[in-house]
Structures are given as C-alpha cells and as structure tokens.
Design a protein around this ligand. Sequence first.
Ligand SMILES: *Cc1c(COP(=O)(O)O)cnc(C)c1O
Length: 487
Amino acid sequence: MREASGMADPLLDRDAATAALARVSAAAGPYLDSLAARPVHDPAAAKLLAGLAGPLPEHGDGTAAAVERLLEIGTATATASSGPRFFHFVTGGTTPAALAADWTAALLDQNAFARVSSPFAHEVETVVLDWLRQLFGLGAGWGGALVGSATFANFTSLGCATQWWGERQGADTVRDGLSGLPRMPVLSGGYVHASARKALQMLGHGRDTVEVFARDDVGRADLDGIEQRLAGLGGAPAVLIANAGEVNAGDFDPVDALAGLAERYGAWLHVDGAFGLFAALSPRTEHLMRGIDRAHSIAADGHKWLNVPYESGFALIREPQRLGTAFGMPGAAYLPGPQDPGGGYGLYGPESSRRARSLPIWATLAAYGRQGHRAMVERHLDLAQHLARRVDEAPELERLADVPLCIVCFRVARPGLAEADLDRWNRAVGEALIADGRVFCGTTVYGGRVALRPAIVNWRTTPADIDLFVDVVRELAARTGPDVTSP
Ligand SMILES: *Cc1c(COP(=O)(O)O)cnc(C)c1O
C-alpha cells in the first residue's frame, strides 16, 4: 500500500493534509453517532493493537495510509470515554463546540507561550480566564493560568503558596529553593487528593508534608484539630487545603469555615475543586462552594465537568501577580520576561511552550454560555439522584453515602455476609464491569469498605444510560455473588 516512492518526506506529501483531514472528518460522524449505543470497551478488539507496533519504519507509508490505519485501530480499540456510560474516575466528554475548537487548535498549531509567539492565543486565554472567573462568581482581581490538568493546577497553586510562604519569612524560594527553611506546614482534612500530594512532592516539600486532620474514617475534616495546629504554630505561616468535591462520594470540606480559619491565622487557603467547583453553577449546590472567593488559590479541571477535551485544567489565583513571580523564567536573552509587553502565559505557569488549550474552553462557553453549562450540571445532579433511587430500590445494593453532587457511592451487599466477603464480592463486581465493557466504573475503599463510585459528568448521559448501568451491575453481582463458586 506504499504510495509513490519519495512520499516519506512530508514536504513531498504536503497536499495530503486536506484529504487526510477529510478522512478524519468522515470517520468522526459515525464514531460520534455510535457513542450512544456502543460498549465503553470492546475487549475483543484489543488484538488490533498489534497493528500499531513493529519496528520503526525506515520508509513511511505516507500520510493517507498512516492516518487510515490510526483511525481504523483507534475507533475500534479506544475506550468510549467521551461517551455517556464511562463512569470511572471523573471523566467528562467533549461538547460539539469544544471538539471542533480542539481540532482548530491543532490546525492553527499556536504556541501559547507569549504574546510574541501568538497574540491570538494570548487574547483567547485572557478572555477565557476572565470568563471562568465570572462563571464561578469570583471577584474582578482574580487571574489564573490554563494548565494540562488539575494535578498541574494544584502544582501551580501550591507553587504560588510556596513563594508566598517563603516571602513571609524573608526568603526567596524561587531563587534559592527550600534549603535552610523549616518544613512548610500543609494542613488538610482526610479528603485530600493524591494529586495535591504529588504536587507537593514535585515542589520539593515531599508528599508526606500534608498533615491530615480527619474526624472519621471517611475523611471528614476535623476543624478543631486544624485550628489547634494553627494556633500551635505561633504565627508561623501555613497552607490549608480545602477539598471541594472528593472523589469517593462528591462530599465537600466546609470551605467557608476553613476560609475563616485561614483569615484568623494568616494562612494560605488552597481549594482543590477539580470537579466540585462546578457546584457554583447551580443554585441547588452553590452553598457547597460558599467562601470560595476567600481562598487564595483554586485548582480545577476543564476535562471533567466543563466537557472539553484532554488536557485541560486551570489554576485561579487571587493575587495573580504571584504567578509571574513563582513561574517567571528570567535570564535567557531571547525570551521576554514576565512583565514585558511580549510576555504571556508561558511565564505565569509551569509550562513554557504550550498548545492553545484556551480554544475549546472559549468555544464551549461561547456556544452554550452560563445557562447551557448550568443546565448540564443540573442534569447530572438529577441523574445522580436517579441513580441513588435505583440503588436504594435494589435489595442487593447498599448506598454508602449521601449524594450531594454527581457521584453515587454504593456496594453490593447481603445481610449476614462478613465484611471481608463483601469486599471480595465488590472487587469481583468491579473487575467484571471492566471486563464486560458495556458500562465503566471503578471501585474505591470508602470508610474501610470496598465500593463502586460512578461519577456522572458527561453531557451525553441520559436516564437510560443510568438504568443500563444499574442493570449491568445487578447482573454481574448475581454472576459473581458469594454463592457462585469460581471455576
Ligand atoms: C481528578 C482530580 C484531580 C486530578 O485531576 P487530573 O486532571 O487527573 O490531574 C485532583 N483533585 C480532585 C479532587 C480530582 O477529582
């Protein structure tokens, strides 16, 4: 299938781009249409993955053949994580406007490093950060940075917190690092996400620098414990992490109370709102985010509840000039500095060269506005309540937590079974769900018990998808139940 010889050089194949894009576009329609019904994962298709491998080609197949092969294998083997029944992790889809804008970002291939590399990308990012600020009801002074994920948003936020913490002690951590300083106190409840620890590990504080104050085995924050520790620091600066939307049940730390503690003791308050920040979009849930405007930094994801493609996260910072201080990159003669007119967002965050990930965010907010995104959030709130009802009605399902948001934490259960047997059964159901592929959901450990925790944040999801999910869980629970002897 090799094209005419010499096609291996892209310069000689340059006219192939239009046809290759047309092929992608032609494949897109059927793929998107299939999402409503196709399984999330087809284990039988995995054998096709071998078609990607082999030694590095000496002479390429040319644009058309390579793209065709990728499309064929990709559409057959990809998990349908942009479809309506991928309830594992917290996984958003991609709205039509966001998907088309993401293709546009690849077409234009801007380097969103600075104004000098792309005034267009810089302007879109400026608009988008202000729209996000307004979407979440934050005051006019807030700024931020678009990053690849909530992990990087935690990193960016806690990087600013580190710079602030050093400054409070007359140290310049940006220039000199952490050596010679005491350990930075970081306090949180038991809901603290692994990615906040990862951010602290990348920043040189170590992931175990987090002191966890939990009042139960689910992880609810022990505010008295946090306050006592703050009082015991004798005025030394500390960082508080509030968790707004934890991953097991979608519960919230009391952001407002933690903001009060931060103010009383002069601490930096960071809020990890990877998906929970979107509670601010609905009058039904905005109380969960009360106090958010008193935080110093907020981390959130675009690729979860905003329904834009990977990779998309953002950090919002109350004193945005700290971004340039913490992440500026002075000293290279060919680069602009953070305050230069030619500078830009590559100097206000951890990445330098970066794609224009603002485009899909701009497009989805331009296309659907505040009310469209509110409607999507509220539909997911309704679907989560619908799922909770279906769980409550099923005799062999036991809900383990309230459902404040978009996650339903439950397990299969039967009276009289020992906890260890229940854990084994629930793990078996989790594994069977992944192997089955009709719907997708993972297990967790909640309050010491193995549980399922479907998260609903995809714009395509309907009540029928939730019903199918419950039906499949019940079917697999019966098939893996404790009276079934394994082969
Ligand atoms: C998903 C999540 C993260 C990490 O997000 P990534 O986009 O995977 O980096 C952090 N915190 C919370 C609460 C999350 O749900």
